[in-house]
Ligand binder design. Structure first.
Ligand code: ZN
Length: 299
């Protein structure tokens, strides 16, 4: 299978400038290295009616093209269940009956890192499992053999992060993001993962899981987020930050592409940007935008 990069939005609403900039970066990374570029809709958790179509329209409007059909995670649950079955047959999963509150209140093991699952359900007896199963539906957790794992990132270099007994399937039956994303990337031939750097902390878990499933770990590039004037992650309430809102202010999609490329220190047209793109020259700091000011002046 020809190697690929991808953009994988959740269809929870319109894409804003931060999402569009990450999509553009994923496209530049993939296309500049001769990879296929795939779009995957991560709709296991929440999907708002019409959001997927609007997102695809916006991606096309800023000049992003992609290969093959768009896939939806909600149509791929069999793949995830197969992977889960394999892990269970290898003794690498267990049922967990903890509530969020029980996890927070459980005494953590000495030296256990902050936020790690305390292992409450790891070694229950079969009788105890029977009893707890009757109380509430079980989540499925990974029986991790390590406490941390290192990944190599094109932007951040070596990154060592927490791996605990993380959830693979929630107790409402929905497959967890960490499992679905790993299975999908392997099944789709994705060997380059470019996404916002808010996802860097969960990457060691995913790389470790990929290894357990016998997959090749992809190359990672976690790119800086886009922030508002208060230096918080950009959100739709920050003003005209979606293509539709910007169009209403007279800013065309083409100008938005130019602005996003300029924020990456790249020339304002996609072909020229593709020619000039170099991961090493990527700005390392978040991009702070002022949508109102931008609409008034520079745009
Ligand atoms: Zn538990």
């Amino acid at each position: 299978m020809m190697p690929a990069g991808r953009f994988a939005p959740s269809p929870s609403g319109e894409l804003h400038l931060g999402n569009l900039r990450t999509a553009l970066l994923a496209w530049l990374f993939a296309r500049s290295t001769g990879r296929r570029f795939l779009i995957r809709i991560e709709d296991l958790d929440r999907a708002r009616a019409g959001a997927e179509a609007a997102q695809l329209r916006d991606l096309a409007a800023i000049g992003i093209d992609w290969d093959g059909p768009v896939v939806r995670q909600s149509e791929r649950t069999e793949l995830y269940e197969d992977a889960l079955r394999g892990l269970t047959e290898d003794g690498l999963t267990y049922e967990c009956y903890c509530t969020r509150r029980e996890i927070q209140e459980a005494p953590s093991a000495p030296h256990a890192p902050q936020g790690a699952y305390p292992g409450t359900c790891r070694d229950l007896s079969e009788a105890e499992r029977e009893r707890r199963r009757a109380e509430r539906p079980a989540a499925i957790r990974l029986r991790a053999g390590v406490a941390e794992w290192a990944v190599t990132d094109l932007v951040h270099g070596r990154y060592l992060g927490l791996v605990d007994d993380f959830v693979l399937r929630r107790n409402d039956g929905v497959v967890a993001y960490n499992l679905a994303v790993v299975v999908d990337d392997a099944a789709q031939g994705v060997d380059q993962v470019v996404r916002g750097d808010d996802l860097l902390p969960s990457t060691p878990r995913q790389a470790y899981l990929a290894g357990l499933l016998g997959y090749t770990v992809p190359e990672y590039a976690h790119v800086p987020l886009v922030l508002n004037q208060a230096h918080r992650r950009l959100a739709k309430r920050d003003g005209a930050v979606t293509l539709a809102a910007l169009a209403a202010e007279g800013v065309s999609a083409e100008r938005v592409t130019g602005l996003l490329l300029a924020s990456l220190c790249l020339p304002p047209s996609l072909p020229a940007a593709l020619e000039a793109f170099s991961p090493a020259a990527l700005p390392r700091d978040p991009w702070v935008v002022d949508p109102a000011g931008a609409v008034r002046s520079a745009w």
